[in-house]
Write a protein that binds this ligand. Sequence first.
Ligand SMILES: [Zn+2]
Length: 365
Amino acid sequence: MGRTGFLGAVLTVCAGLAFAVFAAETTTLGAGHSASVERKSVYVGRSVEGRRIVAVRVGETAPFRVLVVGSIHGAETAGQAVVRRLRELRPPAGTELWTVRTVNPDGVAAGTRQNARGVDLNRNFPAAWRRQGRPFSPFYSGPRQLSEPESRAVRRLVRKLRPDVTIWYHQALRVVDLGSGGDPEIVRAYARRVGLRAGRIGFLTGVATRWQNDRFPGTSAFVVELGAGTLSNRQIARHANAALRVRAATGPAANARASAHSPPPIVRHRIPFGPERKQQMRRYARRHYGIDGYRLLDPRVIVLHLSVSTSAESVFQAFARNVPDPELGELPGLCAHYVVDSNGRIFELVSRISRSHVWHRYYQL
Ligand SMILES: [Zn+2]
């Protein structure tokens, strides 16, 4: 094992820890490929039924890391063909490519969306996690966040790799998701390259992409919802090409955002704002101001909530639960547009065109 680099660091970090020990092997693609591409396999963990979850690095180490996950829902496996293709291609200079065929090998073997315990792994991550469903119901969250070995394996991998961009393949909504906090320019560039729409899937609890985007600011994880069925060879090539080119979208625009004069980054971490809450907001506006509607059309005051802890999560949870506020006992229970944690990270809880409860009070003052 001549080239260690990142892997050497992994082995050092993991030594002595109770969880899965990262083992590695280096292989080189054989003849039949025009140029040999180095591949390095890293053992990430095991599924409930003991199947191995493996990450494969393709090509050289580089400063910009891209992670591509072929499937997390076992009944949505079209993206695995993109992973297979990526393992045959040489990434462009400067991009370090990591691939995982599936993080849900039991689900893939059984043809189920969920893992072997009936958990929807993409509702099991610690980002606005909420208990919902029962084993093998479509969106079963698991009994607690990170209850499943597969989601814990993903957490280990992401913590070690810290990918700059992570792509998660799903089916079959035919959209590249702008809604879980990834850099919209990267998402839009990917969508353009593959000919899919960039749009918002909507707020979902416990999803891997939101966990990554919240937990590792400055990195982007996003969902690619492919169509139904399998991909054509041409589609596979387009997706593989788009995955290899995500770094291009982080060029001048991303640098401009990082400059001292641009506004601070804001992490979208939206509380659920469904029909019920909208109705409550509408009633509130009617009651207090005689306005019919829940939208905030001309904001002049923005309400910030400063969190005393390093995590904004407890504040998020309090607002997301939507219980009546202790002071006036009114609904909806939201009382801020933004939460700022003690590290100065800013989270946006509601769209800037939704009213918030306290906003009205400030406005009246
Ligand atoms: Zn899915």
